[in-house]
Ligand binder design. Structure first.
Ligand code: F7E
Length: 352
């Protein structure tokens, strides 16, 4: 029997790379990793699989329907997994049109390519808890009203409706599973978790060298809460969503919520650096600091920079993924503590 074929978009990003690793390890499928043309592509996340004989890079762009049509026509994929997106919420106010073009129109272009050239190909596109935005209740389940607070959240919400339209109009197996925050050692440094783990590694190595002149980590809103999981657990859930008798949308989440402030505390503690909060009554002046000189002075580990606050914030994300746990048997292997420890230890070890 012929091996099945899978196109993964966003292959150089965290989720695309983790999905490729998962499928190469657990199936005999052929994986086609779609990347955009760039003068300086960064292959760091693809180290583990780029030379695998069942893996191939292909050029394509969600902004270019010609490339998507050609890929689907030529490869005849059994699965098309869309992890490509402009996923950094913070930048989505600065480039809302590009965000909408990639995250929403890119989904239509992919669906159209499948509809025209391989209508039985199963399609998954990454939805986001950003779509809930201004949340009405917690924990949030799949029926939560769509109330985005950012161009990113709005673009994903529109994509969700379009995927439903294609599913119902053409009978396509097309799903938009909602992913709460998911992180790991392949996460981009613009996201708060990796910014913290890399910053902790930097401070750890300065302290080890006896240098107290390190830069503190500058952060924005410390009080927003997120439901953080490990991306490696999520790609397994996405694969389950793609392999059911009928398409159905699910949420992937840890079912727990933690503040950015708690992430900071856990990350420093994973590096065995003990700090305490100063000015806690003033959110814009808060400092996480380490006592020095017999506790007389403090060295700042984290400072707040109000310029990093967002024009509109999603204050609390907390998911309810009980349906995928009970119906499909998915469960995450990593806890919040495991995730923070893994990221900090990785960044300390691979510090340069
Ligand atoms: O921010 C706060 C920030 O950028 C988390 C994407 O994958 O998950 C991600 O979106 C929180 C926010 O992720 C900094 O204001 C404070 O409240 O890591 P983030 P996000 O915006 O939640 C969802 C589910 C997606 O789908 C998205 O695509 O942390 N925060 N200080 C900061 N955030 C950043 N980035 N940098 C800071 O300095």
């Amino acid at each position: 029997m012929k091996n099945k074929k899978v196109i993964i978009t966003g292959i150089l990003g965290q989720d695309g790379a983790n999905m490729a690793e998962f499928l190469l390890k657990n199936t005999d499928h052929e994986i086609y990793g779609m990347m955009r043309r760039s003068s300086n592509p960064n292959f760091i996340n693809a180290k583990a699989f780029k030379d695998n004989p069942r893996f191939k890079f292909v050029f394509g762009d969600l902004g270019d329907e010609v490339s998507l049509d050609s890929l689907v026509k030529e490869i005849q994929p059994d699965y098309f997994i869309n992890f490509a997106a402009n996923s950094f919420v913070g930048i989505s106010w600065n480039m809302p049109l590009q965000v909408f073009d990639t995250n929403t129109l890119g989904v239509i272009r992919s669906l159209e390519a499948i509809r025209k050239f391989k209508p039985d190909c199963r399609f998954y596109s990454a939805g986001s808890s950003e779509e809930w935005g201004d949340v009405e209740y917690s924990p949030q389940n799949i029926n939560h009203p769509i109330k985005p607070r950012s161009p990113d959240g709005a673009s994903k919400a529109a994509a969700r409706h379009l995927i439903k339209v294609y599913r119902e109009s053409y009978g396509m197996y097309a799903v938009h599973g909602i992913l709460f925050n998911h992180e790991g050692t392949k996460r981009g440094e613009e996201f708060v978790t990796r910014k913290i783990s890399k910053g902790v590694a930097n401070i750890y190595h300065s302290l080890k060298a006896g240098d107290l002149n390190f830069n503190p980590i500058s952060l924005g809103n410390l009080h927003s809460k997120r439901d953080w999981s490990d991306s490696e657990d999520f790609v397994e859930g996405v694969w389950l969503m793609l392999n059911q008798p009928t398409p159905k949308e699910y949420i992937l989440s840890s079912n727990k919520t933690h503040s950015v402030k708690e992430f900071v505390e856990r990350a420093f503690s994973a590096a065995r650096i003990m700090g305490c909060w100063l000015n806690e009554d003033n959110p814009e002046k808060m400092v996480y600091a380490m006592p020095v000189l017999d506790d007389v002075e403090y060295a700042a580990l984290v400072v707040v920079d109000p310029a990093l606050y967002r024009p509109a914030e999603v204050d609390l994300l907390w998911g309810d993924s009980s349906p995928i746990r009970s119906e499909l048997g998915w469960s995450p292997k990593s806890s919040f503590g495991d995730l923070v420890k893994k990221m900090v230890e990785y960044d300390i070890k691979n510090f340069s």
